[in-house]
Every structure is written in structure tokens, then in C-alpha cells.
Design a protein around this ligand. Structure first.
Ligand code: SAH
Ligand code: SF4
Length: 356
């Protein structure tokens, strides 16, 4: 069965669309508001639990719509307890990763936008898998609800931050990703603040320009990893389609039009892109832009023979960025590495396990 053969997913509808659909059934906006409340306030995981909706409404929902809750195929906790990683099952039995992270005192959900990825970054477990399909907006929203519900059941604080940094390239699935962001931002629902939603892209230039033109109020992260076209194209094949100079022009335009800085991600690979010379190169590239650099030590994957940059290298890199170019930077903590916290790695490990 394909996702498109299923009835429409409630998680894929905006509040206005839900209201219109119910109005088409002769129901008042009060019913729509009550249903929205069940979806995003009560975080109900079953239409049958929505007992305040008249039976005739529930019957109609059951007959014509679906509540696209994604069953958990596997949940793993890191030994330090900071990270919980879920492998969630899509209606066509494919699996995607969603991660709940508790870093630096805040809770963040890391969400997937595609099953697999077409961009083929050499060090990335998802890239090594190849592309399977785009997720629907409902499947993206369902992951956010899953994490919110997990936190609620554990009596933990409400979810406030999400990053589109799981499997897939969100700007290759622009419409569904941005629709999902609109739904989770709704103030009568999950009410996530746009500036606490970070969309990470490998550098899909037309998508960056579209975000800027539409003035989408999310935070933007761009995965850079190298400061010359040649070095970048060797790590990120998508750089052949969208070369570094075009990418930097699009980033400059984005910051000029939106007034927002961009987070530039740099996966530190020992001996490959973690030297002071590399830090100078990225410093020169970004010094006139509103920028922050996020350094991510490589998570080793089966398909790539590289080692994470050492802590001392990361510190020296940061010193060059800060002292010479005035660029702020952070080093992402390597928490949860014991549960394969890198993008796509749990799904890859699970597939490999199934294949054995
Ligand atoms: N496709 C988007 C978002 C998902 S990847 C993008 O590429 O930006 C999220 C981040 O994880 C990217 O910066 C990516 O380069 C990084 N990443 C992927 N695999 C990694 C690995 N094995 N180790 C460290 N970082 C990795
Ligand atoms: Fe795709 Fe991002 Fe992985 Fe590259 S790093 S293959 S763009 S998910």
C-alpha cells in the first residue's frame, strides 16, 4: 500500500483546512476546534479516544480520514540518558528516525523529512542509503507529536525546539516541510516558535532563495563542511549542482532579505577539514556575513572511512574563527554516540541487522 492510497491524514491539515472539511460535513467550527485540541493539546493517539466529539463525527472521521500516528518499531536510549532515538514505521512499512535530545538544558526533537536522501553526502548514513521517498506533511508533523507525547507521558517539560536534521533534505521536499512547520507553529496547537525551528539544508540554492523570498521565519542552517568548491564537491555531491559561489550568494541574499544570521554546519573529519588552514578558509568565506559556525565531530558510519576530528583540533579551529575573524562557533557534544546518534545511522544499522 502506498501513502497516497490512504485516506487523508489529519496531521497533514492546517486548522483552516480542517475547519473547511468539517464545514463541508455540516459541522460547526466548534467541532473543528475540539478536534484540533485533541490532536495537538491532548495529543490523542486514537480517534476512539475523542469522546467529546459526537459519535457521528467520529464515525465520519474513521471512514474518511486517518490519524497518522507512526508506530514505534524501535526505541533506544543513550547510556547517558540524554538521547532517545525512535525508529518509526510509515504506512508503507518503511522506517524513519526521530530523535529526542536533552542537550544543554533544553529538549529538542530531531525530525526526518524524507525516507533516505538523494544528496549522497559521503559521510552520512542516510546518504549512503539512497533516496526512497518524500515524507508527507502529516508524516513530518506526526514525528513532532510523537516526541511531544513521549515527553508528556514522562511528565517532562513541553517540547520547544525542533530541528529538521534527521533523515533527508528538507529543501528537496520543500512544500511538505514548510506545510508541516506551519501546522506545528499553530498557536492553538503545538505552538512552537518559528525561531526555535531550525531547518538544515545541504545547500539547495533554489530552496534557500525561496525561503528568503517567502520570508519564512524559521532558523536556517547550511551544511558547509568545506570552504572550496573542489573539497566540498568531494564530500557533498550536491555541490556539483549548486556550486559554492552560488550557495554563498544565496546565503548572503537570504541574510540581507530576512535580516537573520545563518548557522553553518561543519562536520569535523580528522585530517580532512579540521586544520587551522581550513578554519582560516571558512573564516574568510563567512567573515562578512551574519554567521555562526556549528562544528560537529564526525560520527563514524559503515560506508565512510573517516575519523572524527579530535577535541584539540576543534578547539584550535574555534580559536581561529573567533580570534581572527570574529565568528562565533559551537562544538556539538557527541552525546548518544553509543546509540548511533548520527543522521540515519539507526535506520542503517537496523537494515543491516535485518539483512544479516
Ligand atoms: N539534509 C540536511 C539535514 C539532515 S543532515 C543537511 O544535510 O543539512 C543534518 C546534519 O548532520 C548535516 O549538517 C549533516 O552534514 C550532518 N551529518 C550527517 N552525517 C553525519 C555524520 N556521520 N557525522 C556528523 N555529522 C553528520
Ligand atoms: Fe542528505 Fe543531509 Fe545526509 Fe547529505 S547530510 S545525505 S543532505 S541527509
Amino acid at each position: 500500500m502506498t501513502a497516497t492510497a490512504l485516506p487523508p491524514d489529519l496531521y497533514g491539515l492546517t486548522p483552516v483546512e480542517l475547519q473547511e472539511r468539517l464545514r463541508g460535513w455540516g459541522l460547526s467550527p466548534v467541532h473543528a476546534a475540539r478536534l484540533w485540541n485533541y490532536l495537538y493539546w491532548e495529543l490523542a493517539d486514537d480517534l476512539g479516544a475523542m469522546v467529546e466529539l459526537p459519535m457521528k463525527v467520529r464515525r465520519r472521521l474513521e471512514a474518511e480520514m486517518q490519524l497518522g500516528v507512526l508506530p514505534t518499531a524501535l526505541a533506544t536510549d543513550s547510556s547517558d540518558g540524554f538521547t532517545r532515538k525512535f525508529l518509526l514505521t510509515l504506512p508503507d512499512a518503511r522506517t524513519i528516525e526521530t530523535v529526542l535530545m536533552r542537550f544543554t538544558g533544553r529538549v529538542t526533537a530531531c525530525i526526518s523529512t524524507q525516507a533516505g536522501c538523494a544528496m549522497g553526502c559521503v559521510f552520512c548514513a542516510t546518504g549512503q542509503m539512497g533516496f526512497t521517498r518524500h515524507l508527507t506533511a502529516g508524516e513530518i508533523v506526526a514525528q513532532v507529536v510523537h516526541v511531544a507525547r513521549t515527553l508528556r507521558r514522562a511528565g517532562e517539560p513541553r517540547l520547544r525546539n525542533i530541528v529538521l536534521m534527521g533523515m533527508g533534505e528538507p529543501l528537496h521536499n520543500y512544500d511538505a516541510s514548510l506545510r508541516a512547520i506551519g501546522i506545528v507553529r499553530d498557536s492553538a496547537g503545538l505552538s512552537l516558535r518559528a525561531d526555535r525551528i531550525t531547518l538544515s539544508t545541504v545547500g539547495v540554492v533554489p530552496g534557500i532563495r525561496r525561503l528568503a523570498a517567502e520570508n519564512q521565519p524559521v532558523s536556517l542552517a547550511v551544511s558547509l563542511h568545506a570552504a572550496t568548491q573542489e573539497e566540498r564537491a568531494a564530500l557533498v555531491p550536491a555541490a556539483k549542482a549548486w556550486p559554492l559561489d552560488e550557495l554563498m550568494d544565496a546565503c548572503a541574499e537570504y541574510s540581507r532579505l530576512t535580516g537573520r544570521r545563518i548557522f553553518y554546519e561543519w562536520t569535523l573529519i580528522a585530517g580532512r577539514n579540521d586544520s587551522p588552514d581550513h578554519a582560516h578558509a571558512v573564516g574568510r568565506l563567512l567573515q562578512r556575513l551574519p554567521a555562526q559556525v556549528n562544528l560537529i565531530p564526525l560520527n563514524p558510519t559503515r560506508g565512510y572511512d573517516g575519523e572524527p576530528g579530535r577535541n584539540e583540533a576543534a578547539e584550535a579551529f574555534q580559536r581561529v574563527l573567533g580570534d581572527v575573524y570574529g565568528l562565533p562557533s559551537t562544538v556539538r557534544q557527541r552525546r548518544g554516540i553509543d546509540i548511533a546518534a548520527g543522521c540515519g545511522q539507526l535506520a542503517a544499522a537496523n537494515r543491516a541487522g535485518a539483512a544479516r
